[in-house]
Ligand binder design. Sequence first.
Ligand SMILES: NC(=O)c1ccc[n+]([C@@H]2O[C@H](COP(=O)([O-])OP(=O)(O)OC[C@H]3O[C@@H](n4cnc5c(N)ncnc54)[C@H](OP(=O)(O)O)[C@@H]3O)[C@@H](O)[C@H]2O)c1
Length: 294
Amino acid sequence: MARVLITGGSGFLGGHLAAAASAAGDDVTAAFHARRPESGPPVRWMPLDLEDEEGTIESVRRARPEIVLHAAAMAKPDDCAREPERAERVNTGGSRAMARACAAVGARLVLVSTDLVFDGAAPPYAEDAPVRPLSLYGRTKLLAERAVLEGAPDTAAARVTLLYGRPAIGGTSFSETLRTSWEAGKTTALFTDQYRTMIGGANLAAALLELAHSDFRGLIHVGGSERISRLEFGFRLAARLGVDPALIRPAAMADFSPPALRPADVSLDIRLARRLFRTPLLDCREGLAAAYPL
Ligand SMILES: NC(=O)c1ccc[n+]([C@@H]2O[C@H](COP(=O)([O-])OP(=O)(O)OC[C@H]3O[C@@H](n4cnc5c(N)ncnc54)[C@H](OP(=O)(O)O)[C@@H]3O)[C@@H](O)[C@H]2O)c1
């Protein structure tokens, strides 16, 4: 039991973190930015704007956490490409402020980073693999990692992967985007040539909570235990949900030109996390069964 501050509590991962920490008996304060969630687990809500560095530090001082799980970010690569200065302020500046605040109040800090710090050319990626983000989003998160690891003494930076599952409080995930499109009768194009080691939100939250309560410091990779293409994941999700697979159209990355470049294969090597955590890191079959019970 600890006093835990979760940033991005109104988002997809932060919502799962708030639910997991609250269920585990932690004393949870969860931060939102745009809108305070109206339902969810019994947590204390506080407003937070990461673009305001001094305000962020003051908010953390007032919450007096022993542990900060920093999940808030501009998390969509295309949004970051469209608003690069804001993305730098939120993702890098906000993480720098969080590190200063944690150093000042003596809190342990866990930053949620991303597999998109890699260029996708040489998977699977271990923690010491060379980084080369292809997008501004990836660069802002890489600089955030450096800022927290240098700025606060008791810090872990967890690089995590594409998320799936239903929301615990708010936000959305890869699988939910597909499910809502299919429910509306829309066909979705899914890449045959883009691979991830994706993970369910609840599964990742359990692992990150374990990390937060451990004494591990430094970089760690946390993802699912299976490398899978977006197309194959889509077929497995459709089968799980009883959706007609004809609603899935195979596509190649080269057919699209989104605002932010995506790497082809940023599968993570999760051997360190598997050694450290009791929480099992699930493959897609197990993860989809847990996330979408029949
Ligand atoms: N989603 C993925 O597949 C994925 C993959 C790898 C890594 N990650 C990382 O995982 C973390 C969580 O991602 P997610 O998918 O849960 O994101 P999300 O659902 O988009 O949630 C983002 C959260 O950040 C908050 N936020 C945004 N701007 C803020 C600001 N200026 N000040 C304070 N809070 C702000 C949002 O608050 P409001 O909603 O109240 O505005 C929301 O709670 C992020 O650090 C992301 O980089 C995600």
